[in-house]
Design a protein around this ligand. Structure first.
Ligand code: A3P
Length: 338
């Protein structure tokens, strides 16, 4: 992408941003974190702490604290926000395609990043890239992603009145997706076998102790922002299920919200439908890169394929007992009804 595609001048990194500064600040953050409730047991290497009501793996929490002070949003930035396993991969693919449709062409596999990279590698994920890949974060594309709850977004995102797109998903399907994902990420580690049981994952989820949990509070933060008189036109709140049932309607809505509406001519040519076809579960999961490639090979070494499982509504019925489902539904009723 050349700089003329998305003109920008301000850096997203503060004047004091730098790896030395981050190292120094980490000492301070370690002191803060050492006073926080710690989840026992935790995944090795992903020890989880509760900060102002939400549970975070320690390395993300350090970056989040650093971002609060050092991330500078550009007013034209659009943030893709979500809890884990709620349709982030799909949302990234759709919004990236909408945003870059005048630059990349569908069948040119040498040119279109979506055909060569998992959607997560097409745009920055703040909790990781802010430290490990600042150039990527500071690039011109006005799309960035995070799992951070609304109340912990870097203040400059709200001060700059940036747009936010949030996607949520039915809690039971989210939980099952998270459980299956965690099993794949940690499957080599016998020491976490007891954490990876469905019973334990349901317990954590219901107690709000899964990463970025409580899930319901995560959803509510963005829901309330999307209904705030001052912010409602800046927050687009989507549900995975709605997106799956009426993808065309929501893709057009996304394009309008992103201020890249489809022209009449594009609609006649079927551009929205082409984007939907390229980003649907079958197309993305069948790409060679998503079947055999690695996400962040230098650091996390996660298989791209773990981001694609079934992509369906209601898969929880195949795993959760009646009691488990009831426990989750009761919390959902209690949290979302008031
Ligand atoms: P399942 O585990 O229920 O199949 P995230 O992207 O936030 O990590 O969410 C992952 C969930 O989205 C997984 O759900 C995954 O299969 C599903 N998913 C991934 N790509 C998708 C797509 N293009 N369309 C619909 N669902 C998709």
């Amino acid at each position: 992408m050349s700089s003329s595609n998305f003109p920008c001048n301000a850096s997203r990194l503060s004047a004091s941003y730098g790896s030395e500064n981050f190292k120094n600040m980490c000492e301070k953050y370690k002191d803060i974190i050492s006073t926080l409730p710690k989840l026992e047991p935790s995944y090795p290497g992903y020890e989880s702490y509760q900060y102002q009501g939400f549970w975070y793996p320690i390395q993300f929490l350090q970056v989040i604290l650093y971002m609060q002070e050092n991330f500078r949003a550009r007013p034209s930035d659009i943030f893709l926000c979500s809890a884990m396993k709620t349709g982030t991969t799909w949302l990234k693919a759709l919004t990236f395609s909408i945003m870059t449709r005048h630059i990349f062409h569908d069948d040119d596999s040498t040119n279109n990043p979506l055909l060569n990279k998992v959607p997560h590698d097409c745009l920055p994920f703040l909790e990781v890239d802010f430290i490990s890949n600042p150039k990527f974060v500071d690039a011109e594309l006005p799309l960035l992603s995070t799992h951070v709850p609304y109340s912990h977004l870097p203040p400059s995102i709200l001060e700059s009145n940036c747009k936010i797109i949030y996607i949520c998903r039915e809690p039971k399907d989210t939980l099952v997706s998270l459980w299956k994902f965690s099993q794949k990420v940690f499957d080599q580690d016998v020491s976490v076998a007891n954490i990876l049981t469905l019973e334990h994952q349901v317990k954590w989820f219901c107690e709000g102790k899964s990463f970025y949990g409580p899930y319901w509070n995560h959803v509510l933060g963005y829901w309330e922002a999307s209904h705030d008189v001052e912010r409602h036109d800046k927050v687009l709140f989507l549900k995975y299920e709605d997106l799956l049932k009426d993808t065309l309607y929501y893709v057009k809505k996304l394009a309008e919200f992103m201020e890249r509406p489809f022209s009449m001519e594009e609609e006649t040519r079927g551009v929205p439908e082409e984007i939907i076809a390229r980003c649907n579960f079958k197309s993305l999961s069948n790409l060679e890169v998503n079947k055999t490639g690695l996400h962040r090979p230098e650091t996390q070494r996660v298989q791209n394929s773990i981001f694609f499982r079934k992509g369906e509504i209601g898969d929880w019925k195949n795993y959760l007992t009646k009691d488990m489902a009831k426990e989750i539904d009761d919390i959902t009723m209690e949290k979302f009804q008031s």
